[in-house]
Design a protein around this ligand. Structure first.
Ligand code: NAP
Length: 258
């Protein structure tokens, strides 16, 4: 099962897993895009593709997907909690409604779906959950943005749960990509035109590295050597240095707000 499967990293997971011969359950809000992707994947690879239209920032949407995850007849062996958003507004100018929507999707849905998936997996003695986090979760690198705090939660949560289910043959991994070319920044209204081209990753490469790291039993996957170095800096360099490198303008007061 892949959430946020209609675009970006989620669509890359769906295409890769279908090509490897897996049946799929694809989750997102846009029913037409889901149906188009399902038709493309069955046409090309022949596997079964089920779609679930759900807004994971709502209780109802989470409930629909939880029910599918708990189905003992057609169990889900790999859950990719990928759907996530960022905001383009500093915390001081934000609203409770927007911050709640971000937390409900980036944090609450990840918690709920992981909790729905794991008991069946531990009973069966196999299965895996990939929670798509971000390099941004390793430090508050976007001044005034709450996005990195939500991703810090996802990484910490995944590592913690991973240790508790490992003995049952079940893996949980946080996937922490850097900047990846998808619809993500445009959807949030974040202007990335001044971001140098060398920082961008391809979604297909992120997914390839993630599945390799999952097979190797990693609890945290950081695709690409450039971002592995960035994580080392975030973890060990003096905060003065990474504050100077923090160029992402989401959350800075006044620069990108209307
Ligand atoms: N792109 C980056 O630079 C980057 C870097 C690090 C981490 N990430 C993380 O990677 C994950 C995927 O992002 P992406 O870059 O692939 O973004 P994207 O291209 O914008 O795709 C987001 C996907 O999530 C779905 N989605 C959004 N809101 C949803 C909701 N309320 N309920 C259900 N589905 C929803 C969207 O489909 P619908 O609109 O059809 O619902 C879409 O399929 C996110 O968790 C993001 O934080 C991205």
């Amino acid at each position: 099962m892949v959430t946020g499967a209609t675009a970006g990293i989620g669509a890359a997971f769906a295409r890769r897993l279908a090509a490897e011969g897996h049946d799929l359950v694809l989750v997102a809000r846009d029913g037409q895009r889901l149906a188009d992707l399902a038709a493309e994947l069955t046409g090309r690879h022949g596997g079964r593709v089920e779609v679930l239209v759900a807004d994971l920032s709502t209780d109802e949407g989470c409930g629909t997907v939880e029910e599918r995850l708990r189905d003992p007849v057609e169990p889900v062996d790999l859950l990719v909690n990928n759907a996530g958003i960022s905001l383009n507004r500093s915390f001081l100018r934000s609203t409770v409604a927007d911050e709640t929507r971000l937390l409900r999707l980036n944090v609450h849905a990840v918690l709920r779906l992981t909790l729905a998936a794991l008991p069946g997996m531990t009973e069966r003695g196999h299965g895996a959950v990939i929670n798509v986090s971000s390099v941004a979760g390793f430090g508050p690198v976007m001044p005034g943005s709450t996005y990195s705090a939500s991703k810090a939660w996802v990484t910490n949560f995944s590592q913690s749960v991973a240790q508790s289910v490992r003995r049952y043959g079940v893996r949980v991994m946080a996937l922490c990509p850097g900047y990846t070319r998808t619809e993500f920044h445009e959807r949030a209204g974040i202007d990335m035109s001044r971001t140098p081209s060398w920082v961008w990753l391809r979604a297909d490469d992120v997914v390839r590295d993630a599945l390799r790291d999952l097979r190797r039993g990693r609890m945290v996957s950081v695709p690409d050597w450039r971002y592995k170095v960035a994580v080392l800096v975030l973890r060990h360099a003096p905060s003065r240095l990474w504050r100077a490198l923090a160029r992402d303008s989401r959350g800075r007061i006044g620069r990108t707000e209307g």
